[in-house]
Design a protein around this ligand. Structure first.
Ligand code: DQA
Length: 157
């Protein structure tokens, strides 16, 4: 049997997600992005050992699109993206995710369907593998696990 594949993945956070763990803790939780590394290391070592992951955060729509285009040029194999409020507004981001064709899981800290009506509108998930929403920082870990599962399946087809 061949060794399990390793994947080159990128985690992207959109606007107002530069201070996760500090921002509105009642809605978004008190754990920051650093907790993701310990969750992966301690609870999901199988996933942790199989991914090379980069992080990117930007508040501007264009900066995120520039980074996504670079991920496409660099042949990044998968994305976990939390587009923040652009989820609900950004046709440009939705268009970008559509054309670059990198498999992605959309994640949210909060459950966007249990909040205000505007947050049910979604411009970014149409081309996603799926959405994980409502588990705080754990949404990212579950997103990475789902992504690895998908890539493994795809590669054995
Ligand atoms: C969010 C949900 C969005 O509605 C909101 O605008 C955010 C964070 C989340 O992770 O729960 O900035 O994406």
């Amino acid at each position: 049997m061949s060794a399990p594949k390793r994947y080159d993945l990128l985690i992207i956070n959109g606007p107002n997600l530069g201070h996760i763990g500090k921002r509105d803790q009642k809605t978004y939780g008190h754990l920051g992005m650093d907790a993701l590394d310990s969750i992966l290391k301690n609870k999901m070592p199988g996933i942790d050992s199989r991914i090379k992951r980069g992080y990117f955060q930007a508040n501007g729509e264009g900066q995120i699109i520039d980074r996504l285009e670079r991920a496409w040029e660099d042949k990044i194999q998968g994305l976990v993206i939390n587009p923040g409020a652009y989820t609900h507004t950004s046709l440009a981001l939705g268009d970008c995710l559509a054309w670059i064709g990198i498999p992605y899981v959309e994640v949210h800290l909060s459950n966007i369907w249990s909040r205000e009506d505007i947050r049910r509108r979604n411009m970014t998930a149409e081309n996603s593998l799926g959405v994980i929403s409502g588990f705080g920082i754990m949404s990212y870990a579950l997103g990475l696990e789902a992504l690895v599962w998908h890539l493994d399946q795809r590669d054995t087809e």
